[in-house]
Design a protein around this ligand. Structure first.
Ligand code: ATP
Ligand code: MG
Length: 550
């Protein structure tokens, strides 16, 4: 290792805990709620939790935080597992908070017996009123002083299904005047006669997040329970339950959630985009979901690199999506196979090239990779180049094709534009060029130096394919700051579909390869592809050297 990266604050905590002998080994967990698909924010959390355990020789559990039967589904469980594996991580154990329902019920009963929990008949409105405000203390519920026996019987009756939804709740008896609102007798259980994706109809009482999460951490002997900043005010309650129950003392640590420019990062909002059909699904390539960026062609390595580069912050911030795109480009530059694809073709006739002749030329798959191999591409008298690689009246320092000017065709020959052929309306129909036979790439003896190199395809062999060109899903940088409905800021031009013309090698074994379309960007085949209609997604653009120079 040449350069030591400084430790993030969580690594510092872990190193100290290990050095102090507080733990022999660390245990972290990734605790998704199976109510949606994972997004880039979750990737950050996954890289952090799994990364810490990998770095310090510990383990990471995958725990589904499935305490809310109404919004959860096994479809989400499967997609979450798939996404974590795709990112390159594997969990020690696959666990479910719902597996602890019996245990949690016992914990709740234990607190009732200690006089630290009570059944409350107040309505949710009444409970909200009892809470007071951050500056004024709350008031006790009239049911706060029920006897232990009465509470035990009622809680058992709640479980047995004797009450309707919302009729009663179980609350922790903490302090209605506590400066932390979360400590003002928070709910532990609510009644919900709902089918659960794993426990079916066995339960009609379900634990609240605050009573499930810390206790699940404790059951699993999690040493470092890492969550996002909004849980800071919950930490006192997390500790209170563990202390009163006298169970394994897990500790909660908070870091800043990942927010990215030009997108939203909340399952609830992403679900709206899906349900209201602003996108084609959770895996629409414009979505910041892992299934979306995967379909778009982002690589797991580039996402891990991105998460590493942004580090772990203690304060909310907004990360430029450009950094993610940079990481994607860097990775793809090393691995993507180069192909030539013409987007807006103009026909070039090479007048001194024999009619009917087809020659197979060779091109490197990837100049960055010495073992990348080569591919063949046909060349003949008629080829296609990009319309905007030609200018009839060219400015100085224009090195592409212009009347009387020479360019090199990539992996092929130098050509010179002799004549511009127009139709009756004055529109350019085709270009007549001549080629220099001795200038063939790899065996060029022409001695001619040209500055411009163009991509091209053989007109006869060109394969039309559908290119899906993505732009940012939203028009504004910081959606957290934008007023009103976030959907008002959707970019109406976030998807452009275009038929483009590819060299035949693009379609050989292309399904799981990633490509650089020379001078155009990185692309990957989309699962919508059929043999008769190949579809490619633009993963990310290249930097446009010409535009930059000017
Ligand atoms: P959302 O608000 O999108 O629904 P969530 O926090 O409710 O997210 P969970 O499934 O509960 O989603 O989250 C699983 C884990 O991922 C939690 O530990 C959570 O803190 C973390 N996480 C969620 N969103 C982000 C984010 N944007 N940045 C970092 N970590 C996140
Ligand atoms: Mg959540």
């Amino acid at each position: 290792m040449t350069e030591e990266k400084s430790l993030n604050f969580l690594e510092e905590i872990v190193e100290k805990d290990l050095a102090d002998g507080k733990y022999k080994t660390i245990v972290t967990r990734f605790p998704p709620e199976p109510n949606g698909y994972l997004h880039m924010g979750h990737a950050k959390s996954i890289c952090l939790n799994f990364g810490l355990a990998l770095k310090y020789g510990g383990k990471t559990n995958l725990r589904f935080d499935d305490t809310n039967p109404v919004t959860e589904d096994t479809e989400y469980v499967e997609s979450i597992k798939n996404d974590i594996r795709w990112l390159g991580f594997d969990w020690a154990e696959e666990l479910y908070a719902s597996d602890y329902f019996e245990k949690l019920y016992e914990f709740a009963t234990a607190l009732i017996k200690k006089g630290l929990a009570y059944v409350d008949d107040s309505t949710s409105e009444e409970i909200a009123k009892q809470k007071g405000t951050p500056t004024t203390p709350g008031t006790d519920s009239p049911y706060r002083n029920r006897s232990v026996e009465e509470n035990l019987t009622m809680f058992a009756d709640m479980r047995a299904g004797k009450y309707r939804d919302g009729e009663k709740v179980l609350r922790a008896k903490v302090d209605m005047a506590h400066p932390n609102m979360h400590m003002r007798d928070p709910l532990m259980y609510r009644i919900k006669h709902a089918h659960h994706h794993r426990t079916g109809d066995k339960w009609c009482v379900y634990p609240m997040y605050d009573f499930a999460h810390g206790q699940s951490d404790s059951i699993e002997n999690i040493t470092h329970s890492i969550c996002t900043l909004e849980f800071i005010p919950h930490r006192a309650l997390y500790d209170w339950f563990i202390e009163k129950l006298e169970i394994y003392p897990s500790h909660q640590y908070e870091f800043a959630r990942l927010n990215m420019t030009y997108t939203v990062m909340s399952k609830r909002k992403l679900l709206q985009l899906v349900n209201e059909k602003h996108v084609s699904g959770w895996d629409d390539p414009r979505m910041p979901t892992l299934s979306g960026v995967r379909r778009r062609g982002y690589t797991p390595a580039s996402i891990r690199e991105f998460c590493d580069r942004i580090g772990v912050a203690k304060r909310e911030n907004l990360i430029d999506v450009g950094l993610l795109e940079f990481c994607v480009r860097e990775d793809l530059n090393k691995t993507a196979q180069r192909r030539m694809v013409v987007f807006d073709p103009i026909k070039v006739i090479i007048t001194n090239y024999p009619e009917g002749k087809v020659e197979m030329l060779e091109g490197e798959n990837n100049p960055e990779d010495p073992n990348g191999g080569t591919r063949e591409m046909p060349f003949s008298r008629e080829i296609l180049i990009e319309e905007d690689d030609f200018m009839e009246v060219a400015p100085k320092k224009y090195f592409r094709l212009a009347p009387g000017q020479m360019v090199r065709l990539k992996n092929a020959y130098i050509i010179k534009c002799d004549e511009v052929i127009k139709d009756s309306l004055g529109k350019i129909k085709e270009l007549h060029c001549s080629y220099i036979p001795e200038s063939r790439s790899g065996s060029d003896t022409s001695g001619i130096n040209v500055k411009g190199t163009l991509h091209w395809v053989c007109a006869k062999h060109a394969v039309p394919v559908e290119a899906r060109l993505y732009e940012r899903l939203f028009k504004v940088e910081d959606l957290g700051e934008a007023e009103g409905d976030f959907k008002d800021y959707l970019n109406p031009d976030s998807l452009q579909i275009k038929t483009v013309y590819a060299e035949p090698a693009l379609l050989k074994d292309s399904s799981d390869l990633r490509f650089q379309f020379l001078r155009k960007g990185y692309f990957v085949m989309d699962p919508d592809s059929t043999p008769s209609k190949p579809v490619f997604n633009r993963t990310v653009t290249l930097k446009d050297i010409w535009a930059k120079k000017n």
